[in-house]
Design a protein around this ligand. Sequence first.
Ligand SMILES: [Zn+2]
Length: 76
Amino acid sequence: MSENNCKDTLSKVYDFLADDLDEVQKSQVINHLTDCEDCKREYAIESKISKLLTSSSQDAQFNFAAKIQSRLQSEN
Ligand SMILES: [Zn+2]
């Protein structure tokens, strides 16, 4: 996995959480997150994703998006 792919995937996480991606893009995000140990570890995404997939909690989605966003901003 390239670092670009990681950043690209994480940049899509917002849209993913907003349910703003098509099915192909969703699959790409999920596939990367399930394959990439770095992203999983860094963002503790595995449990979040499975939670999102099984939960309709808008509040949880918003909190997760905010957390990712602050993390990405701190890297820039
Ligand atoms: Zn990654």
